[in-house]
Design a protein around this ligand. Structure first.
Ligand SMILES: [Zn+2]
Length: 480
């Protein structure tokens, strides 16, 4: 007897193939049958008539390291979008391994007070104990390792420091980390050379982990930054992910044709893909020099003036009789949203065959970028239904099957027998993001049910279960 049959839906199975009508049978935490199950007995049957049944979405770009340890009550920013698995520790920033009472920016994007794990295995064990809301595959951050092992961040790592960092990376991989993330853009890592990254990532050499990279520049010098990232991946012979691919600043608008051609050419000889979010504004730490590159800048948090969260730098500058850069300086440390991309570039990147969807949401921001709550429904509502930029099957593939295969998430990302029962059931005519820049913490519409490991975790917008996730561990690295 099956535990559950989801009946009569249109299955979009995550492979990118065309939808088909089928029932989905679940036993325990797995999908056991897909087809006509009318005669099959089941403890529960749930109709999905007129709805899409898809694999739960995989958010490949998150900073949920701390959120997973302590979920808030009420709607969950990710489950409410149909997300069932997250990749944490991106952009060089992971919560472990580091013990610190005042981590430097951008590590503070994960909060100031949560830095208590000396080893990566302690962090994964704490996640196991917390029983996370979603499945989590975790990356180790290059900046986190630099902060832990280096006395001075404004130079490349010395051979001794390289040894310490590489050792720590090897232990993390051995504990189950899926790979390394870098953020050479950020002050904690901008002094690192490509050679440093290649040296410290040695334990991952030859496909023993994935390398995600927030490249050195996404503005005027993006071409050399991309080439550097491709070079690092090629030298290490590891799969790479170019994080939140975008072109920043008016002078660079339209250059996605050039960057995507460069990536396409590289993909013929090395494993490379990218992630992106469906918005024309980015968000990260507040960087005064970045204000001039942007049409508009909104403050997401500020320790110096908490009341600035949600306000525009331009308005604050007029109010205070200061320049916008002076205002940005006075709000440190803080975070911001930058309107500095063109919609045409976002369209090109979202629809590119190597692009996966990742929110890059920042759960600790007072007034976060709406991507934290809206990314996946926005792709399916705005880009698929309203704009017809891509087929529903293609969009779902970019959030499920493609992501699972690139990150090596075994038996996830497909609706097929033997796969884990991570599922989202939604109405393709209604699914929409609701979160806006003004009111960013709002759940999306059009999702009927979300299942994680066979458990019903949300129904009609109500979160029912916050502990159905598993901590995923990379078993490529560990040798028996
Ligand atoms: Zn980043």
């Amino acid at each position: 007897m099956l535990d559950l049959i989801i009946e009569g839906g249109e299955v979009v199975d995550g492979s990118g193939n065309h939808r088909f009508r089928a029932d989905v049978g679940i036993m325990g935490d797995k999908i056991v049958s897909v087809g006509n199950l009318k005669q099959e007995p089941a403890r529960k049957k749930k109709s999905a008539q007129g709805l899409i049944v898809a694999p739960g979405f995989i958010d490949v770009h998150t900073h949920d390291d701390q959120l997973l340890l302590a979920p808030q009550l009420g709607p969950h920013p990710k489950i409410s979008q149909g997300v069932t698995t997250v990749i944490t520790g991106n952009c060089g920033i992971s919560l472990a391994p580091l013990v610190s009472s005042s981590p430097p920016a951008p590590l503070n994007l994960l909060g100031q007070h949560n830095w208590r794990f000396d080893t990566f295995s302690e962090y994964l064990a704490a996640l196991d104990v917390a029983r996370p809301a979603l499945n989590a595959a975790c990356l180790v951050g290059h900046s986190t390792l630099r902060v832990k092992h280096m006395s001075d961040l404004n130079r490349p790592a010395t051979p001794k420091e390289v040894g310490l960092i590489a050792n720590d990376l090897a232990s993390a991989l051995n504990a189950g980390a899926f790979g390394l993330s870098t953020g050479l853009y950020y002050p904690t890592a901008s002094a690192a050379t490509a050679e440093e990254v290649i040296a410290i990532a040695d334990p991952m050499r030859h496909n023993r982990g994935i390398l995600t990279m927030h490249i050195r520049d996404e503005g005027n010098t993006i071409t050399s930054a991309l080439k550097e990232a491709l070079f690092i991946g090629e030298q290490l012979n590891v799969p790479i992910v170019l994080s939140h691919h975008k072109l920043v600043g008016k002078a660079n608008h339209g250059r996605s044709t050039e960057t995507l051609a460069l990536i396409d050419a590289a993909a013929k000889k090395q494993q490379v893909c990218l992630d992106c979010y469906p918005y024309n504004a980015s968000s990260t730490m507040l960087v005064p020099s970045r204000v001039a590159q942007s049409d508009r800048v909104l403050v997401t948090w500020s320790d110096a003036d908490p009341t600035a969260a949600g306000r525009s730098i331009e308005d604050l500058a007029i109010e205070r009789g200061q320049s916008q850069e002076e205002v940005a300086q006075s709000l440190q440390p803080g975070g911001a949203i930058y309107f500095a991309m063109s919609d045409a570039d976002v369209d090109n990147i979202v629809s590119h065959p190597l692009a996966m969807i990742g929110s890059d949401g920042l759960a600790h921001d007072v007034q976060p970028h709406p991507r934290l709550w809206g990314t996946f429904p926005r792709v399916l509502g705005h880009y698929v239904r309203n704009r017809r930029l891509l087929a529903l099957e293609t969009a779902v593939h970019k959030m499920t099957g493609l992501s699972a295969s690139r990150f090596g998430l075994k038996n996830r990302g497909r609706v097929a027998p033997g796969f884990f029962a991570d599922l989202v059931v939604f109405n393709e005519n209604e699914i929409s993001d609701v979160a806006t820049y003004e009111a960013p913490t709002q759940p999306s519409l059009g999702i009927q049910t979300v299942y994680i490991n066979g458990k019903l975790v949300a129904e009609n917008g109500i979160t029912l279960e916050l502990h159905a996730g598993s901590v995923l561990r990379n078993d490529v690295y560990r040798t028996p």
